[in-house]
Design a protein around this ligand. Structure first.
Ligand code: 5GP
Length: 206
């Protein structure tokens, strides 16, 4: 390990493909750890406690909020979502890089708390694909899909507050995952990420 890790915040509208892209990114490096969020949303089929989310009752979530356990929280489409503070702080301190996947408002809040974080916005190449993808996954009702699309139109207005934009064109996940990997790699190589000790070690190495 070479010092504090980097925090990557991957965001963008529901249906943009964040889950697939982040899964692909995480598979590419064991130095990257995923920050599992908490939510009051009921689990979808196949979702696992502690891996996809920490599924909490509203009372437990609100208790966590009072205890200051969350870096940020957001009510999204009737459910609470929150980024646990402790995991991110401890994991970065242990030298690992961390990936978090909040919605857009949460991403901006995380970036405000960790100005050194790298924020990445994910968009499909056609906005209309958001609806197609949400309909195809059959996990939301029509009313929920409509609500998510309305939120998406709001979210995209914040795009210029992000550091990077990755376009997730239909069925071309690998290209978008490669873009994410390139961002991670380039960010690791930025000169201010090297502490003087590492540079000095190169200079004095024989
Ligand atoms: P979903 O219900 O589809 O899993 O998530 C709905 C939205 O909540 C997605 O845009 C997702 O990125 C976002 N989300 C997931 N975890 C968090 C979190 O910890 N904080 C915030 N602000 N949003 C989250």
């Amino acid at each position: 390990m070479t010092g504090p890790g980097l925090l990557f915040v991957v965001s963008g509208p529901s249906g943009a493909g964040k889950d697939t892209l982040v899964d692909g990114l995480l598979r590419s490096s064991s130095a990257l750890k995923y920050s599992v969020s908490a939510t009051t949303r009921p689990p979808r089929e196949g979702e696992r406690e502690g891996e996809d989310y920490f599924f909490l009752t509203r009372a437990a979530f609100e208790e966590g909020m009072r205890e200051g356990e969350f870096l940020e929280t957001r009510e999204y489409n009737g459910n609470l979502y929150g980024t646990p503070r402790g995991f991110i702080k401890q994991t970065l301190a242990a030298g690992y890089d961390v990936v978090a996947k909040p919605e857009v408002n949460g991403a901006l809040r995380v970036k405000a708390a960790f100005p050194d974080a790298v924020s990445i916005f994910i968009l499909p190449d056609k906005f209309a694909d958001l609806r197609r993808r949400l309909e195809a996954r059959r996990t939301e009702t029509n009313a929920e899909i409509a609500a998510r699309l309305a939120i998406a139109h709001e979210e995209v207005k914040s795009i210029r507050s992000f550091d990077y934009l990755v376009i997730n064109a239909n069925e071309q996940y690998e290209a978008a995952i490669a873009d994410l990997r390139a961002i991670v790699r380039a960010e690791k190589l930025r000169i201010h990420r090297y502490n003087d000790g590492r540079i000095q070690a190169i200079v004095t190495a024989s």
